[in-house]
Design a protein around this ligand. Structure first.
Ligand SMILES: [Zn+2]
Length: 431
C-alpha cells in the first residue's frame, strides 16, 4: 500500500472515531470548528463504506474495465491509478456508477487501480489495488553478428518490465539462462564463427503482491558470419560513377551494415578516388564498366580489351586488385565482347530505368514492388534522384529481411562459380 492510500485511511479512521464518540471529541477540544463538524456528522449517521469486490478485466477492444460493489451511502467514487513502476497512485477520475472503462491504456504497461467512495457521510478508505498487465504483441528478438565477433541481441521495450532474461540454446536443445539486463539489448561473446545460435528473451514483471509475470519470445537464430546463407539477399549495383553522390550512398551502406557493387568508368575514378576507397573499405565491390562507356558490341575485340585494361589499372590503384566482374555499357554484348572481356558479365534482373525517368519514387517502386531473393538491381549513382532512392532503399530492403551483398558475395553464397565471358542476370538459389 502506498503513502497516499495510508493518508486517506488515516483521515477516514479519524472521522469514524469522531462519529463513534462525539461527546469525547467535543470534550477534547474547545475549538468552534470541531463543534460545527460534530454537529454535521451527527445529522448523517451512516458512514461511507469502502468499495469491495473490485474487479478488473480487459475487454475485446483492449480497454480496461474496473467495477466494484455499489456503496449505498455513496454519491460518487474516486478512482486512483498508477502505471508500471510509479509508486504513488494519483486521483485519476471521478464517476457516479460503480464501474469505469479506461481507454487510455497501451500495450506493454501494467495498470493499477483503487477506488474510494464519497458520500454525504464522508469518505471511505481506499480499496485494495487491482491490476492488469496489457500484454504487448508477441515479444520479438533479433540478433546480428558484429564486426567485433559478438552476437548483439535486441528486442522491443516492454515498459512494465523490471528486467529481461536472455536464454541461449545449448547442444542438448535446451534453452538456458545466460544473462539478465534492464536494457533491451545484450551481447554474447561466447560464439564461434560460421555457426548458428538460437536465443529467446523473456521479460519479467515483479508485481506488488510478490508474484512475477514472465513471458518468453519466440526463438531467433543468428548465423555468425557477415552473411547468412539461409536469409534473403539482393545485390544493388550502381553504374557510370564514381560521382558526386557516391560517398553519400557509401555512408548509408556503412550505417546499415550493407554493401553494393559499383560498376565504374575508368575515366571517372580520378575525380572521386576517396569515395571509391571508402566503398572498398566497407566491403563493396568495384566492378569494371569500361573506360569511357563505349558500347562494347560496336567496337573491336582489341578495343574491348583496352577498355577493360585501362579501367582495371585505375581500380587496382584503389583496391589493390583488378575488378572481378564487369558490366557492359548499355547492356551491349555479343560473342566478340564475351570472348574479350576476360570477366563474368553481370547484367541485371531489375532495371529501375532511373537514368530515364530521374524520379526517386519510381526508382523505389521498381525495386520494392519486384524484389526477390537473388536479384541484381541496376541503378546509376550519378543522378541525384537515384541517390535519394538509394538512401530509402538500403534501410527499407534491410527491414524486409534482405541482406545487401555484392555481386561476388551473392554468387558465392548462392553457389555459382562465375565464368569469364558468361552472362548473368540474377543469381538465385539453385533448386
Ligand atoms: Zn552505364
Amino acid at each position: 500500500m502506498n503513502r497516499r492510500f495510508l493518508t486517506f485511511a488515516f483521515v477516514v479512521m479519524m472521522g469514524i472515531a469522531s462519529i463513534g464518540n462525539s461527546a469525547r471529541a467535543t470534550e477534547m477540544t474547545d475549538s468552534t470548528n470541531t463543534q460545527t463538524q460534530t454537529e454535521t456528522t451527527t445529522e448523517v449517521l451512516q458512514s461511507v463504506t469502502t468499495p469491495t469486490e473490485v474487479k478488473i478485466e480487459l475487454d475485446d477492444k483492449g480497454f480496461i474495465q474496473v467495477s466494484w460493489s455499489k456503496v449505498d451511502t455513496a454519491d460518487k467514487y474516486v478512482i486512483y491509478r498508477r502505471v508500471d513502476h510509479e509508486e504513488l497512485a494519483a486521483e485519476y477520475m471521478t464517476v457516479n456508477k460503480p464501474t469505469i472503462k479506461d481507454k487510455k491504456v497501451e500495450k506493454g504497461h501494467i495498470y493499477y487501480y483503487a477506488v474510494k467512495a464519497v458520500g454525504v457521510g464522508g469518505e471511505s478508505s481506499v480499496s485494495a489495488e487491482v491490476y492488469k498487465f496489457v500484454a504487448p504483441d508477441k515479444p520479438t528478438i533479433t540478433g546480428t553478428y558484429t564486426k567485433k565477433k559478438k552476437i548483439k541481441l535486441s528486442w522491443e521495450v516492454v515498459p512494465a518490465a523490471d528486467e529481461y532474461v536472455v536464454y541461449k540454446q545449448f547442444s542438448s536443445g535446451e534453452y538456458i539462462e545466460v544473462g539478465n539486463t534492464k536494457k533491451n539489448s545484450y551481447k554474447d561473446s561466447y560464439v564461434k564463427r560460421g555457426e548458428y545460435y538460437k536465443y529467446k528473451v523473456g521479460y519479467k514483471i515483479n508485481l506488488a503482491n510478490g508474484k512475477t509475470i514472465e513471458k518468453k519470445s519466440k526463438a531467433c537464430s543468428v548465423y555468425t558470419n557477415l552473411i547468412d546463407p539461409k536469409k534473403k539477399m539482393v545485390a544493388l549495383t550502381f553504374d557510370d560513377g564514381p560521382g558526386r553522390y557516391t560517398q553519400e550512398i557509401v555512408d548509408c551502406l556503412k550505417e546499415n551494415d550493407a554493401r553494393a557493387t559499383f560498376y565504374v568508368l575508368g575515366c571517372n575514378i580520378d575525380g572521386y578516388k576517396k569515395a571509391l576507397k571508402n566503398a572498398d573499405k566497407i566491403g563493396c565491390e568495384i566492378g569494371n564498366h569500361s573506360y569511357d562507356h563505349k558500347i562494347l558490341s560496336t567496337v573491336s575485340s582489341d578495343e574491348v580489351k583496352r577498355q577493360m585494361k585501362n579501367t582495371d589499372a585505375k581500380i587496382k590503384k584503389i583496391t589493390g586488385s583488378n575488378a572481378v566482374t564487369m558490366r557492359c555499357p548499355g547492356g551491349g554484348v555479343n560473342k566478340t565482347v564475351q570472348g574479350a572481356v576476360g570477366k563474368p558479365i553481370i547484367l541485371w534482373s531489375i532495371d529501375t530505368l532511373d537514368w530515364k525517368h530521374r524520379n526517386t519514387q519510381k526508382t523505389i517502386s521498381s525495386v520494392m514492388d519486384n524484389v526477390k531473393d537473388g536479384d541484381i538491381v541496376l541503378m546509376h549513382d550519378i543522378h541525384e534522384p537515384t541517390k535519394r532512392a538509394a538512401l530509402y532503399l538500403i534501410p527499407a530492403l534491410k527491414k524486409q529481411g534482405y541482406q545487401l551483398v555484392t555481386v561476388s558475395e551473392l554468387a558465392e553464397y548462392r553457389g555459382y562459380n562465375l565464368k569469364k565471358g558468361s552472362i548473368y542476370h540474377s543469381l538465385r538459389k539453385k533448386k
